[in-house]
Design a protein around this ligand. Sequence first.
Ligand code: GLY
Ligand code: MN
Ligand code: MN
Length: 440
Amino acid sequence: MIPIKSFSERRRYLASQMQKGVAIIPTAPEQVRNQDGHYPYRFDSYFYYLTGFGEPEAVAVIVAGGDEGSSKHILFCRDKDLEREIWEGFRYGPEAARETFDFDETYPTSKLDEILPKLMKDQPTVYCALGHDREWDARVIGWVNQTRQQARSGLAAPAGIYDIRLLLDEMRLFKSSEELHVMRRAAAISSGAHRRAMQKTRPGMNEYEVEAELLHEFRRYGAQAPAYNSIVAGGANACVLHYVENNARLNDGDLLLIDAGCELDGYAADITRTFPVNGTFSAVQRDVYQLVLAAQAAAISAVQPGYPWDAPHEAALRVLAQGFIDFGLCHGSIDTVLQSEDYKRFYMHRTGHWLGLDVHDVGEYKRNGAWRLLQPGMTLTVEPGCYVRPADNVPEHFWNIGVRIEDDVLVMETGCEVLTAAAPKMVTEIEELMQHRKDR
Ligand code: GLY
Ligand code: MN
Ligand code: MN
């Protein structure tokens, strides 16, 4: 767990980046699933990043730019309610939350409408994620208007609204050693889950049975949930990029593509592995697999500080384009295939994304029109693939082969660390592991 003092340090750092003003950061609302049932609760990542507080109906407020750069940190949260706690479990309540989460002041959430207009008085700027949630926007603007109505008494209302995400995204992009500790653990649990899937898969099983093995491993080691909907895609289903039905039979001779990672204490892992259902790659499956693996190796070699964000993608594309030409899937030179984007018939997504509290994490990819340069502390995925759908101009033995190999990497002072290296991906490693699996 990340120590509480780190959350208050983040708030102080955020305040130091703000001009004088009030930042308002609400957590996510609970979502009704049906009738009186809710989806499992997941806090808002920005809110959690600044507070470490996991309860719903909470709002963090930071008043910045006071004397000598000091800032005041306020938390609004649910009241203690012993009756409700019998049904729904523990809630901190303002008093205990102030102590435990290191806030200067705490109030019940029911007091937001009373206190926020007061906090906005004589503040030039409101910092919030305007545009994220219409209802919330309307509330914030309501408080600004309320403050404005008191202008006759000589008080000024905020004149500017600044998107706080511009500051927070940049902070979240660089992971601290404490965050990396959690991410390494999430990566290790998820790698173990992929290993387990390889060991458990047999022809004739259903995709959902393999999904169950992944979930078993996530929960068994304390991960709270999958970080995103797991993709367990046998055979042709691997060519559906966001396949989530996970309910088809796994056939002897097919490949199985699994894209699954856990969320641990808010942080995501994101791993894809592709392996043969029967434990042995066919010749053509192996060729495609080795091509994607080579593309991934080239991309990982391009994860270096000072390299542009796009370098891993460009490196993967060159390897894939040459492979598609060698396989007779594309024609011409690498440069013509890249220029015409003919490769997109078989590789239509990009090679990675930032990773962190959100699986597709926040952070700019471009600055002033140019790809951003990689810097130590950034975490991203490297996930090339090849997906061959049946088509007249495609040799039939490639049909329905879908391969993706995805790892999570951390940019280091030199090169990078592969956080998910424990998930097997060499052909020999996978075949060996699967051939020595014990019958259930
Ligand atoms: N699992 C989502 C992704 O790979 O981007
Ligand atoms: Mn990914
Ligand atoms: Mn993925």
